[in-house]
Design a protein. Structure first.
Length: 443
C-alpha cells in the first residue's frame, strides 16, 4: 500500500493496532464499487477487530483516507469515523450478523454523504425500525445513541483530525425517553457498557401484560368477538436495502438494513416544543409518527394508542375506521399502529389517505375499568412527533392529571392540503365513551 496515498487509512489502522496488538489483518469488508466511481457504498471499507467479549467495527471513508480534498484543514473529511461494538454470542450465523452491522453503518454513512448529516456525541438516532436491527429482526434494539468511543483516541492526520463516534444500540422506549444531551448521558450511564447486546431488555421499567379486552366494533357490525391483546411476533421489513460488500450473501431471507427514508438523527436541543392548538402543514411529509413517552408508570397503568378514521360528518362508519392493537392497519394503509411491547406509536402517511376520510384523530388511553388507573399514574407524559421526508421532530407535553383518555393530535384536510393540529384535551372516562361519541359501539 502506498504510504503517501493512504496516510489517513494507515493512521486509523495504527490506532486500532494500539488497542488490539497483533491484529494486523482483521476481518474487512470492502465496497465492491467505491462511491467516487458511482458505487452505492459511501464507505471504502469496514474492519472488525476482536475484543475479549465483543467485535469492534470501525469505518473507513467518512474521513479523507488519501489526498486532502476539502477546504477545511482542521478536520479530515467529515471529521470522524463510526465505530460499533457487538457483544459476542452464539449467533446462528456470525458472518450474517457481521454483514448486517456493516449494512447499517453503510446506511448511516449514506445519510451523511447524501444529506450532509454529521453524527456527534450525545445525539441519538431513531431508525424507524419496527423490528430489531439484528439479522433476524428479533432484538429489542431499534436505534442508537452516539458517544465518543472511549476505547479510541482522536487522531491527527496530514488531512486533519479524525474522531471516532460510537453507535450504541438502544430500545425504542429508551430512545423515546431522550430529549436532552444530559438524558443521553444518563441512559448511557444506566447501560453501564458501550457494547451492544442484542439480547438485552430495556433499562427502563415498563411492563405490558397480556390481557383480554372487550371487542370494539362499529354500530353496523352484528358480530361480537373477544380480542386478546398480546405481543405479536415481529414481521420482516418488506422494504429491503442491501449493501454491496465483498463476500456479501444476497439471499432473500437476509434481514434488511436500515431504511434510509426513516432514519432520523436527533440533536436534542433542536427538537421543537409544541403547544396546544398549533397547526402544521404536513402534506409534503412522507410519514408522521406519534409516540407516547414518559418517565415512569406505576404497575397496571398501561397506555394504548388509538386512531379514529373520520368521514366528512366527523364520524366513523365501519369497523376498520378504528386503528388500535386489535386492528393495526387502516383500509387505505395510511394509518398503522406500530406499538410493540412497551412502545406506543402510530404512523400516518398523508399520501395514502383515502378521499372519503377527512379527519384522523390520534388518542392515548390508559387501559381498564379501574378509575384509579389513569394518567396520574404515568409521570410526565408527552407525545413525540417525528416527521419523515421533510425532516424534523418535536415534543408535545400532555398536561394531564387523572384523565384516562387524551386526544393528542388531529390530521385533517384543508383545501388541497393535509394539516396537523395538536389538541391535548383529556377525558376522565375510558376510551369507550370517546368511541361512542365518534360513532363506534363498544361491547
Amino acid at each position: 500500500m502506498n504510504n503517501t496515498a493512504s496516510t489517513g487509512w494507515e493512521l486509523i489502522e495504527r490506532e486500532f493496532l494500539r488497542i488490539y496488538p497483533g491484529q494486523n489483518d482483521p476481518l474487512h469488508f470492502a465496497a465492491m464499487i467505491k462511491w467516487r466511481f458511482g458505487g452505492n457504498d459511501p464507505l471504502d471499507g469496514i474492519s472488525i477487530y476482536e475484543g475479549k467479549d465483543y467485535w469492534h467495527f470501525v469505518t473507513f471513508g467518512l474521513s479523507e483516507l488519501y489526498e486532502k480534498v476539502s477546504d477545511n484543514h482542521e478536520l479530515s473529511g467529515y471529521g470522524y469515523e463510526m465505530t460499533f461494538k457487538l457483544k459476542k454470542d452464539n449467533y446462528d450465523d456470525l458472518n450474517k450478523e457481521i454483514r448486517c452491522v456493516c449494512q447499517i453503518l453503510q446506511t448511516l454513512a449514506r445519510i451523511t454523504f447524501q444529506k450532509g448529516v454529521v453524527f456527534g456525541p450525545n445525539e441519538f438516532i431513531r431508525t424507524g425500525q419496527t423490528v430489531g436491527i439484528d439479522s433476524k429482526g428479533e432484538s429489542d434494539i431499534r436505534g442508537f445513541i452516539c458517544i465518543s468511543d472511549p476505547s479510541v483516541n482522536t487522531i491527527d492526520t496530514p488531512n486533519g483530525k479524525v474522531a471516532f463516534i460510537e453507535m450504541v444500540g438502544m430500545t425504542e422506549d429508551e430512545l423515546l425517553s431522550l430529549s436532552t444531551r444530559d438524558s443521553v448521558k444518563n441512559i448511557y450511564s444506566k447501560l453501564g457498557s458501550d457494547i451492544t447486546d442484542y439480547k438485552r431488555k430495556s433499562v427502563l421499567l415498563n411492563v405490558q401484560a397480556e390481557r383480554m379486552v372487550p371487542d370494539i366494533t362499529s354500530v353496523s357490525s352484528s358480530v361480537s368477538t373477544t380480542v386478546t391483546k398480546s405481543e405479536s411476533s415481529p414481521e420482516e421489513n418488506p422494504e429491503q436495502k442491501t449493501v454491496s460488500s465483498t463476500e456479501q450473501d444476497k439471499s432473500k431471507d437476509d434481514h434488511s438494513s436500515l431504511r434510509l427514508d426513516t432514519v432520523q438523527r436527533i440533536k436534542p436541543e433542536g427538537a421543537k416544543h409544541y403547544l396546544k392548538g398549533e397547526r402544521t402543514d404536513i402534506t409534503d411529509c412522507d410519514e408522521v409518527r406519534i409516540s407516547l413517552k414518559y418517565d415512569s408508570a406505576e404497575a397496571g397503568a398501561d397506555p394504548d394508542v388509538y386512531a379514529f378514521m373520520l368521514h366528512e360528518n366527523g364520524k366513523a362508519e365501519r369497523d376498520e375506521d378504528l386503528v388500535f392493537f386489535g386492528s393495526k392497519l387502516s383500509l387505505d394503509g395510511a394509518v398503522e399502529d406500530l406499538s410493540e411491547n412497551s412502545s406506543h406509536t402510530v404512523s400516518f402517511k398523508p399520501a395514502l389517505l383515502s378521499p372519503d376520510i377527512y379527519h384522523v384523530l390520534v388518542c392515548f388511553s390508559v387501559y381498564g375499568d379501574d378509575e384509579k388507573m389513569n394518567f396520574s399514574k404515568i409521570k410526565n407524559p408527552a407525545a413525540v412527533l417525528d416527521f419523515f421526508g421533510s425532516g424534523g421532530s418535536g415534543e408535545f407535553k400532555l398536561e394531564l392529571s387523572s384523565e384516562k383518555t387524551v386526544e393528542v393530535v388531529e390530521f385533517y384536510r384543508h383545501n388541497d392540503r393535509i394539516k396537523m393540529k395538536t389538541i391535548g384535551s383529556g377525558y376522565f372516562t375510558g376510551i369507550e365513551k370517546l368511541c361512542e361519541k365518534l360513532g363506534i359501539e363498544t361491547q
